[in-house]
Design a protein around this ligand. Structure first.
Ligand SMILES: Cc1cc2nc3c(=O)[nH]c(=O)nc-3n(C[C@H](O)[C@H](O)[C@H](O)COP(=O)(O)OP(=O)(O)OC[C@H]3O[C@@H](n4cnc5c(N)ncnc54)[C@H](O)[C@@H]3O)c2cc1C
Length: 451
């Protein structure tokens, strides 16, 4: 497939490259291809509420739903429409564990409340879908991390989490072969509480459920200012405002926001890209991944993969510098990987359906000491953000937990604690390191089949 053909499918990169900023239209994302959720109207009135939530990604949607469920009068506004940003563009993996337990030490109760919350809500995505009749093409098929060598690191991690209460198994080649139709991997851990979800539908589903519980939702309404108003806060948009006791910013990076701009420097932004093939024949899917388990590879993780309900293969990665718009390159890498793992794919015609990019903030996959944060920005203004590549699972979970803490008027009781925003040093350094050096090095190793 040529770049020309791909541009015909995915569009030509514009001068100010929206691929590089993660702002190509969300319609490019595979998750929105077959769906047109409701469009919420602009806020054009002066409203009052107990809490106004800014940002209708997976985090703000869950927070609003759980606040409304507890009888808190909630308004949710978004600069665009729900799941327009990272939550509509991700790789669809539901990952029920944390990479590192180290940061727990710094949390309230040495992280025990967070751990308890993680274990108790280990199936939260699937539970929420069931409870609110959300059809998000979710599959509770498990998340499988595979390795080409026996990996003591994977095994230790699995044992630790199993002891804590997650359902996780260590698999050898004989169990992996029927699951993945390949002899390539000798070791794997199957996290049974994980799986895959269409994050665009999931987020939109939670927004719909929040409305059912009484929340009011507005789209196309960027928050422009957040000002003190007596003992309350007034959040202004271009054509309206919300006067509320509390404001919670769930804006992920908060980049470009004129109010509380320091929040944009609390994390390490990173560009990621995703692509999807056209639907594959059922016979081939039966061979490659009959159970639709969500896949990731250890240690490099260059080709995470899920299969959607239509039989498309979906993967995501980090583009090298200057390569964000190069769907041809990323598709070629993926095909090479697929043919290596499944030689029987051979010369079968597999076509790219769509390619997109998006921004994540704190890639916990690499920067594993960075957990999501619940900030007290001012008295009455909070922020829940920095979910890295863990938003699908931790987003709904922390949204639920913070809703519980705020509804009880005890923000400090959130399992993440509630801290003042602290700026990180050199926020751009992480992306540079990864996109300029680590990813190109991993690609080189991959080319020679060394990882
Ligand atoms: C390519 C890619 C692959 C990924 N893969 C995975 C994965 O497999 N599994 C996983 O768990 N995570 C994954 N992630 C990360 C995951 O998508 C994020 O952690 C998660 O979506 C963050 O959710 P959020 O609600 O914090 O932010 P977002 O989804 O970014 O939502 C923030 C919202 O705030 C709104 N907003 C911003 N500023 C304003 C303003 N001033 N006024 C009003 N609204 C505003 C935006 O319009 C947006 O809708 C991936 C991310 C990317 C980009």
């Amino acid at each position: 497939m040529t770049q020309q053909h791909i541009e015909a499918v995915c569009g030509r990169p514009a001068a100010a490259d929206p691929y590089e900023t993660g702002s190509v239209p969300v319609e490019r994302s595979v998750w929105s291809l077959d769906h047109t959720p409701p469009a919420y109207r602009r806020l054009d009135a002066d409203l009052e509420a107990d809490i106004v939530v800014v940002g209708a990604g997976v985090v703000g949607a869950s927070l609003s739903l759980h606040l409304a469920e507890q009888g808190v009068d909630t308004v949710l506004i978004d600069a665009a429409q729900p799941a327009d940003a990272a939550s509509g563009r991700n790789a669809g993996h539901v990952q029920p564990y944390l990479l590192s337990l180290e940061p727990l030490e710094a949390l309230p109760g040495k992280g025990r409340p967070l751990l308890d919350c993680l274990i108790e809500n280990r199936n939260i995505v699937f539970d929420l879908c069931a409870r609110h009749a959300i059809d998000a093409d979710q599959v509770h098929s498990g998340l499988l991390e595979v390795a080409r060598k026996k990996s003591p690191e994977l095994e230790t991690k699995a044992q630790r989490w199993a002891a804590l209460g997650l359902e996780v198994e260590i698999l050898g080649p004989e169990r992996l072969r029927p699951l993945l139709g390949t002899e390539r991997y000798v070791s794997g851990t199957l996290w049974r509480n994980g799986g895959c979800v269409n994050p665009f539908l999931f987020t939109n589903g939670m927004v719909g459920a929040a409305i059912d519980q009484g929340a009011r939702v507005y789209g196309d309404s960027p928050a422009l200012a957040c000002e003190r108003h007596g003992g309350r806060w007034k959040l202004r948009t271009a054509s309206g405002s919300v006067l509320a006791d509390r404001v919670v910013l769930c804006t992920n990076g908060h980049v470009g926001a004129g109010f509380h701009p320091q929040l944009a420097r609390t994390q390490f932004p990173l560009l990621a890209c995703g692509l999807a093939t056209r639907p594959l024949p059922q016979a081939l899917l039966e061979l490659i991944n009959p159970t639709r388990v969500a896949l990731s590879q250890h240690p490099a993780g260059l080709y995470p993969m899920v299969v959607d309900g239509k039989g498309r293969l979906i993967t995501a990665t980090i583009p090298g510098v200057g390569r964000a718009h190069r769907s041809d390159i990323h598709f070629r890498y993926f095909l090479r990987h697929l043919r290596r793992v499944h030689p029987e794919v051979g010369n079968l015609r597999i076509e790219l359906e769509t390619y997109w990019t998006g921004m994540t903030h704190n890639s916990s996959a690499v920067y594993e000491r960075a957990y999501p944060k619940f900030y007290r920005v001012e008295e009455g203004v909070f922020a829940l953000m920095n979910f890295g590549s863990w938003g699908n699972q931790l987003g709904p979970m922390m949204g639920m937990d913070v809703a519980r803490a705020l509804a009880a008027d005890r923000p400090d009781n959130a399992v993440l604690g509630c801290e003042r925003p602290a700026e990180v040093r050199f926020p751009g350094l992480f992306s540079t390191k990864l996109r300029r050096f680590l990813i190109p090095a991993a690609r080189l190793a991959d080319r020679f089949d060394l990882v």
